[in-house]
Design a protein around this ligand. Structure first.
Ligand code: AMP
Length: 259
C-alpha cells in the first residue's frame, strides 16, 4: 500500500502516519524528519536547507525529490509506505509520478486532512506553550511567525495538489479536526474505499476500481514487473487488451481497401 498524507503543518499528518504504520506495517517517509536529520548531521544537504527550514519556506524540489527517491528504493519500503510532507508542490507531485512509473508502482490513495486554520494556529500555540512550560527544546521553526509563513507556503504551493490528485482520482478527504482516533478511523475507511489491502499495492488496482484511460495505464507502469516487489501484477494484463479491443472499429465501419 502506498499513501500520501496531505494537509497543512500541524494537521496531524505525523500522528496519523504512525497509526498507519502500526496498523498496516508500512514505513513512514517524512521529508521533514529526513531533512532535520540531514541538518543535525551537518551533511551538505543539511547545510543547504537549514536556513530555509528555519524561516518556514520550502526546500528546493530537486533536493527533496532526490532524498525521497533514495528512500523508496530501500528494502523496507517495498511493503509499502506513507509519504508524510511530500509532495508539497505540483513539481514534486509530477516528479513522484515519474519516479513511481519508473519503478512500476502506483499510489493507492492520497488522504487529505481538512483542517480549520485558525484552530490549527491555536493548537500549535498551545503545544509550543506546553513544551516551553515543560522545558522541552523547541524546533527552530516552532514559532507563531514561522508557522504563519509555513501556512502561506501550504496555501500557495501545496494546496493546488488537492485539485491535482482529485483529477487523478486518488484523493480522499477526511475531517482532520475530529478526535485523533476518529480521524484514524476515517482514514481507515477512506483507505478501504480506495480498494487497498495491506499487501504490496498492485498497480492495476486503481484501474479496477475506476477505469482509467489507456494513456494513464501506460504511464503508471501497468503490465510491468515491479522492480520493488519483484512480483507480476496479475490483473493488469487483462485490462490493457480489453481497453484496446473496445476501441477497434466494428467490421462494418472499416474502410474498403483501395483498388
Ligand atoms: P514538516 O516536518 O513536514 O512540517 O517539514 C518541516 C520543513 O521541512 C518544512 O517547513 C520545509 O522547510 C521542509 N520540507 C519538508 N518537506 C518538504 C517538501 N516536500 N518540500 C520542500 N520542503 C520540505
Amino acid at each position: 500500500m502506498r499513501l500520501i498524507l496531505l494537509g497543512p503543518p500541524g494537521a496531524g499528518k505525523g500522528t496519523q502516519a504512525q497509526h498507519l504504520v502500526a496498523k498496516y506495517g508500512l514505513v513512514q517517509l517524512s521529508t521533514g524528519d529526513m531533512l532535520r536529520a540531514a541538518v543535525k548531521a551537518g551533511t551538505p544537504i543539511g547545510r543547504q536547507v537549514e536556513e530555509i527550514m528555519a524561516r518556514g519556506a520550502l526546500c528546493p524540489d530537486e533536493v527533496v525529490v532526490a532524498i525521497v527517491e533514495q528512500r523508496i528504493e530501500q528494502p523496507d519500503a517495498r511493503k509499502g509506505f506513507i509519504l508524510d510532507g511530500f509532495p508539497r508542490t505540483v513539481g514534486q507531485a509530477e516528479a513522484l509520478d515519474r519516479m513511481l512509473a519508473k519503478h512500476g508502482i502506483a499510489l493507492d490513495a492520497v488522504i487529505e486532512l481538512r483542517v480549520d486554520e485558525a484552530a490549527l494556529i491555536r493548537r500549535i500555540e498551545n503545544r509550543v506553550a506546553e513544551m516551553k512550560a515543560r522545558g522541552e527544546p523547541l524546533r527552530a521553526d516552532d514559532s507563531a511567525e514561522v508557522l504563519h509563513r509555513r501556512l502561506v507556503a501550504y496555501r500557495e504551493q501545496t494546496a493546488p495538489l488537492i485539485a491535482y490528485y482529485r483529477q487523478h482520482g486518488t484523493l480522499r478527504s477526511v475531517d482532520g479536526m475530529a478526535k485523533i482516533d476518529e480521524v484514524a478511523a476515517a482514514i481507515e475507511t477512506a483507505v478501504s474505499a480506495a480498494g487497498t489491502t495491506s499487501e504490496p499495492a498492485v498497480v492495476a488496482k486503481p484501474v479496477t476500481a475506476k477505469p482509467a484511460p489507456p494513456r494513464r495505464i501506460g504511464r503508471s507502469g501497468l503490465g510491468k514487473k515491479s522492480h520493488i516487489s519483484g512480483k507480476h501484477h496479475k490483473p493488469k494484463i487483462k485490462v490493457k487488451p480489453k481497453a484496446r479491443a473496445a476501441k477497434k472499429p466494428s467490421p462494418k465501419k472499416r474502410k474498403k481497401p483501395k483498388r
